[in-house]
Design a protein around this ligand. Structure first.
Ligand code: B12
Length: 497
């Protein structure tokens, strides 16, 4: 069999959280599709997750495209459905070669390969490793010559040496033309066209609860400012993209490059709004250029505060000080940019009192949006040994930062989940009561956010209950609540994932 056609399919997993805020494309697959095409392969980029397709739809699309290879992507929460997808491919045709990549696959390849439906795991970046593997299979050569793989040979698992990181990110060739653009939109901006883009790859931090610094092995590489800004311009011109989320963990690592990007965006006035994540210390470092962020179109910044006590920040190896978080959020607010943060809660020592403290801290920090997340014990994270004995379930579908899976010593899981929901309600109640303190555009934005929260978010129930305590709410909010009470839909928001 010669491999010609490859299906890249996202698993139909839904945590019912970030998807309420928008429909988000799969950037990893856009890059991999481009790389495969450059080597002469035909690719079906199929974002079953975002299309909200179910198994019968996926089956029909695989039969229709008749690929020789089906590949999917697995971070921890999506791993069970990614496996199910490869099982489906094998049921359709046992000759289909199946491949999995992404962070969970990179670290938990032994577990995944225990499922006979998985032929190959790609560890690390896919743009070079996957085409190399397919060329190798077509040449009937041994895959053990390809760096970055794990696979079965006889009864053994073969793990080839790690692939080198791609150094020249400017040379990559994302297949933007394969994206089904009309479905991708940012809900707080009705009618918008949303892309996810990447200006840099890597993370240099040590955060012990996170996976990303491990995946990137504490390296960081960036595209040149011009290459990145040209891409935004092209996306706007060719596909009408007017909102982009930066997938980068730390886009502003190199201040000179970042300033250059901002200057070019200000000069070109593309009309593209940026949503991004960065670190509190980088915001403080950039105090002198935060006005440029806003002028360049940066509209929303997420900074991970994560913890309210210095002791917990130290345990999380966050490398920041509690006071810095307040300062960074103040600066973002002063620049008239939407500020967002999250708190990682549900550690073994959590109590209703410590959650109450986090809420008060959130009010003090005063971000526009705050999320109270449940720690997820990624089996490969540095923090895992400290959480291992407190894990209540190994069902990875629940490892989505919303459903608690670590049981605090003095709280039941149901109580923790309830408290996290109440924390959001309490925070937003406070926020929306003080809506008039925000600038005009932020007030309008927050009303859209409120609609999303009330109608489609995992917090919908909590938000609708605010109606009962809603006497102090501004009239616009009361109207939204009244409408929502009629509709009662229960799906999903959260912020930048
Ligand atoms: C975009 C994004 C999403 C999108 C996914 C859109 C889609 N259509 O698939 C959305 C917003 C829906 C999303 C949702 C969630 N996400 Co998310 N998301 C991201 C984010 C911000 C960027 C990913 C990205 O584009 N990276 C850039 C590309 C170029 O890199 P990449 O994805 O790693 O892909 C490369 C390699 O990994 C590899 N690769 C990846 N897949 C494959 C597959 C094959 C076959 C091969 C060969 C190679 C390969 O090759 C790619 C190119 O080099 C990351 C954080 C981050 N900075 O990476 C979190 C992240 C992946 N998300 C995460 C989480 C937890 C979630 C949610 C559970 C959050 C929630 N509470 O709801 C949900 C679950 C999904 C859902 N449907 O509900 C975590 C996963 C943690 C973990 N260790 O498991 C991350 C890492 C955030 C974090 N810091 O913790 N997410």
């Amino acid at each position: 069999m010669t491999i010609k056609r490859i299906s890249l399919i996202t698993p139909p997993y839904h945590a019912g959280v970030v998807e309420a805020a928008g429909t988000w494309l799969n950037l990893g697959f856009v890059y991999i599709a481009g790389a495969l095409r450059c080597r002469g392969y035909e690719v079906d980029y199929y974002d079953a997750m975002s299309l909200r397709h179910d198994w019968p739809d996926i089956q029909a699309r695989i039969i229709d495209f008749a690929p020789q290879v089906v590949a999917s992507t697995a971070f921890t929460a999506s791993a069970p459905d990614a496996l199910k997808l490869l099982e489906l491919a094998k049921q359709i045709d046992p000759a289909i070669v199946t491949i999995l990549g992404n962070v969970h696959a990179t670290f938990c390849y032994e577990d995944l390969l225990a499922n006979k439906a998985v032929d190959y795991i790609v560890r690390g970046e896919g743009e070079i490793t996957l085409p190399n593997l397919l060329d190798c299979l077509n040449a009937k050569d041994s895959p053990n010559k390809v760096a970055g793989l794990a696979y079965h040979e006889a009864d053994q698992i073969i793990v080839t040496p790690a692939a080198s990181f791609i150094t020249n990110l400017d040379a990559l060739t994302p297949a933007w033309d394969l994206v089904e653009w009309p479905i991708y939109s940012y809900h707080p901006k009705p009618g918008s066209t949303l892309a996810i883009v990447s200006s840099a790859r890597g993370c240099l931090q040590n955060c012990s609860f996170c996976s990303q610094q491990l995946f990137w092995q504490r390296t960081w590489r960036a595209r040149t400012a011009k290459n990145f800004v040209d891409e935004l311009q092209m996306l706007n011109r060719e596909y009408g993209v007017n909102v982009v989320m930066l997938a980068d963990e730390i886009p502003t690592q190199d201040k000179d490059r970042w300033r250059h990007i901002l200057d070019m965006l200000i000069e070109r006035q593309l009309g593209v709004k940026l949503l991004m994540e960065t670190r509190v210390d980088n915001i403080i470092r950039d105090e002198d250029i935060l006005d440029k962020y806003r002028l360049a179109g940066v509209e929303h910044i997420y900074v991970g505060v994560e913890a309210g006590s210095q002791a917990l920040l130290n345990l999380f190896k966050k490398g920041t000080k509690v006071e810095q978080s307040k300062r960074a959020i103040d600066l973002i607010n002063q620049a008239d940019i939407v500020s967002e943060t999250s708190f990682v809660l549900g550690m073994p020592d959590e109590t209703p009192e410590s959650i109450a403290q986090a809420i008060e801290l959130a009010k003090l920090y005063n971000p526009d949006m705050a999320f109270f997340l449940a720690i997820a014990p990624w089996p490969y994270a540095d923090l895992y040994p400290a959480l291992k004995d407190h894990i209540a379930t190994h069902d990875y579908r629940k490892y989505n930062l919303v459903e608690p899976v670590v049981k605090p010593r003095n709280m039941e899981l149901t109580e923790l989940e309830k408290q996290l929901g109440l924390a959001s309600r309490n925070f937003y109640m406070h926020k929306f009561k003080n809506l008039a303190q925000l600038s005009d555009w932020k007030q309008k934005f927050m009303l859209e956010v409120f609609k999303v929260l009330v109608n489609n978010s995992y917090l919908a129930g909590q938000m609708q209950e605010m109606g009962q305590a809603g006497q102090e709410m501004p009239p616009e909010l009361k109207k939204i609540l009244a409408l929502a009470a009629k509709k009662h839909s229960h799906q999903a928001i959260a912020p930048i994932p």
